[in-house]
Write a protein that binds this ligand. Structure first.
Ligand SMILES: [Zn+2]
Length: 130
C-alpha cells in the first residue's frame, strides 16, 4: 500500500527475525501513520482490510461454486481497492466461469496493467489465446 500524501510505501510494523534457527516474531502495536510524513492512514488501512476481506469471501464462494455471489463480493473488493491485480484476476476467472469471456479478458488485461507478472492473468490469457 502507498501513502496517498507522500507516496511512501506503507508496511505494517510487524518484524520477524531468525534467531538461531528459531523464528522470533515480535508484533508491536500496529502503526497507522505513514512512517515518512506521519499522515494518519487508519481509514485507508481499514478500507484496504475490508477489500481483502471481500476478496477472501469471494475466493470462498468460488470454492463453493457460487460464482455470481463471488463476483458480487469481488466487485466490492475492487470498488474499495481498484489497483489490486489479484482482484481483477479473480474477477476475470469468475466471469470466464460464467461464460462471459469478453469481460474476463478485459479484467485480466486490467490485472496485467497493475501487475505485469500476475500469474493468474498471464496463464488465463494464454489459455484463451492459444
Ligand atoms: Zn506519507
Amino acid at each position: 500500500m502507498i501513502c496517498p500524501v507522500c507516496g511512501a510505501v506503507y508496511r505494517p510494523t510487524k518484524t520477524s527475525k531468525e534467531v538461531g534457527g528459531d523464528e522470533v516474531v515480535s508484533i508491536s502495536p500496529p502503526s497507522l501513520t505513514c512512517r515518512r510524513c506521519k499522515a494518519d492512514l487508519s481509514d485507508l488501512i481499514c478500507l484496504h482490510d475490508q477489500a481483502i476481506w471481500y476478496h477472501r469471501q469471494a475466493l470462498y464462494l468460488l470454492s463453493q461454486g457460487r460464482y455470481s455471489e463471488a463476483e458480487a463480493d469481488n466487485n466490492s473488493a475492487i470498488a474499495l481497492h481498484y489497483s489490486n491485480a489479484d482482484f481483477h484476476a479473480l474477477a476475470g476467472k469468475l466471469e470466464a466461469l460464467q461464460g462471459k469471456f469478453r469481460e474476463a479478458i478485459s479484467e485480466w488485461q486490467q490485472a496485467l496493467k497493475f501487475d505485469p507478472q500476475n500469474a493468474i492473468a498471464c496463464n488465463c490469457l494464454q489459455m484463451i489465446k492459444g
